[in-house]
Ligand binder design. Structure first.
Ligand SMILES: Cc1ncc(COP(=O)(O)O)c(C=O)c1O
Length: 370
């Protein structure tokens, strides 16, 4: 088996190291034995340490995809008489709204089109207008397009208005700078299989302990996604439900590797990956959907070239070992996504550009997509 069978340009699950994948093969282990709890505690402590969140925060693990952590945070954080302001500029902002609706949480949407970052002044105005809104939920990196929302400024605006913030940092934690301890932030949600470079199956909430304590006597809106129950049980080195034992072993290996590389260094590598990709794609004539200044360094949405449709482009790239990703919603008709997270290096991104060049030549010669 080769080291990397596919180069994954979808925004997670991302390419992982062989050591992370091999860590999945552990001796069978009971999830209520000290050997497992040691792995769980180690992962939780490493997450807090790598986020530079010190003792004020705790990591709460969920077996489930990223949405499990997002839904757990939203449905646990907002009190029965509270409300949620949702910043929505893409599929994941919309998902926050759907979660609020599903749990009958009073909410208001602050909506933008998919290529526009949220404006902190709008957040301030919305919070001043409606005192019922006790919390703000915002996606840091909208994976729909690669827009990076100005989370620090949004949190500042919310904190000045006395509100608490939940940040969906699913596709940005450890890939973009983010001060999770900033005054105003209570919960940050992410998963193992994106910039952490682990495998899918575990998501987590980095939570301010003080905000967790406030949940102690509250009736949960969900049985499985009760943040307090997971926190209180994990604090006692136990688990309320059966966790993904093997996935957690792989996550521990991914955390060790992140510690070895360094969070800052990983952020720099991703930024360099994006630079190589964007420079090469510009030379091939591909334009970027999101305006400069609003782009993350993790994902780029490129407009399709005239005469080359997405499906043949995807298939031509796949034949060369590269998995690109369709646009979401209407964007699918005119643009596609390329992520540069995971174990990819700038040299890999140069290979991606060369593959696009070959595909462009092949598809233009074939007159595909007409
Ligand atoms: C910003 C963001 N939030 C939430 C999710 C949901 O994650 P999952 O598909 O793992 O449930 C994703 C997944 O890509 C995401 O990018």
């Amino acid at each position: 088996m080769s080291e990397r069978e596919w180069i994954l340009l979808n925004p997670g699950p991302a390419n992982t190291s062989r050591q992370v994948r091999e860590a999945l093969v552990t001796p069978d282990l009971c999830h209520r034995e000290p050997e497992f709890f040691e792995v769980m505690r180690d992962c939780r402590e490493r997450l807090v340490r790598l986020s530079e969140a010190a003792d004020a925060f705790a990591a709460v693990l969920f077996t489930g995809s990223g949405t499990a952590a997002v839904e757990a945070a939203v449905c646990s954080a907002v009190p029965p008489d509270g409300g949620l302001l949702v910043v929505d500029n893409g599929v994941y902002g919309d998902r926050l709204l759907r979660i609020a609706r599903a749990h009958d949480i009073a909410h208001k949407a602050l909506s933008y089109d998919a290529a526009t970052p949220a404006r902190p002044d709008d957040v301030r105005a919305a919070l001043r207008e409606d005192r019922r809104l006790t919390h703000v939920a915002v996606v840091h990196h909208e994976t729909t397009t690669g827009v990076l929302n100005p989370v620090a400024e949004i949190v500042r605006a919310a904190a000045v208005e006395g509100r608490r913030v939940l940040v969906d940092a699913m596709s940005s934690l450890f890939g973009e700078p983010l001060d999770v301890t900033q005054d105003g932030i209570d919960f940050v949600m992410a998963s193992a299989n994106k910039c952490l470079q682990g495998v899918p199956g575990i998501s987590f909430v980095l939570a301010r302990r003080q905000a967790l304590e406030a949940l102690r006597d509250r009736s949960p809106r969900s049985v499985y996604l009760d943040l307090w129950n997971h926190y209180a049980t994990q604090e006692q080195d136990n688990t309320p439900f059966t966790p993904a034992v093997q996935v957690l072993h792989a996550m521990r290996q991914a955390l060790r590797e992140l510690e070895k590389e360094g969070v800052r260094e990983r952020i720099t590598r991703y930024a360099e990956n994006a630079r190589v990709l964007r420079r090469g794609m510009a030379a091939l004539g591909f334009e970027i959907l999101v305006p400069e200044g609003a782009r993350s360094s993790i994902l780029t949405t490129f407009k399709l070239l005239p005469g080359i449709a997405y499906d043949p482009l995807h298939d031509a790239m796949k034949r060369r070992g590269y998995i690109i990703y369709a646009g979401q919603g209407d964007i699918r008709k005119y643009a596609f996504r390329v992520s540069n997270m995971g174990t990819l290096t700038p040299a890999d991104m140069q290979g991606v550009v060369e593959a696009f060049a070959a595909c462009r030549a092949e598809l233009q010669a074939a007159g595909s997509g007409r």
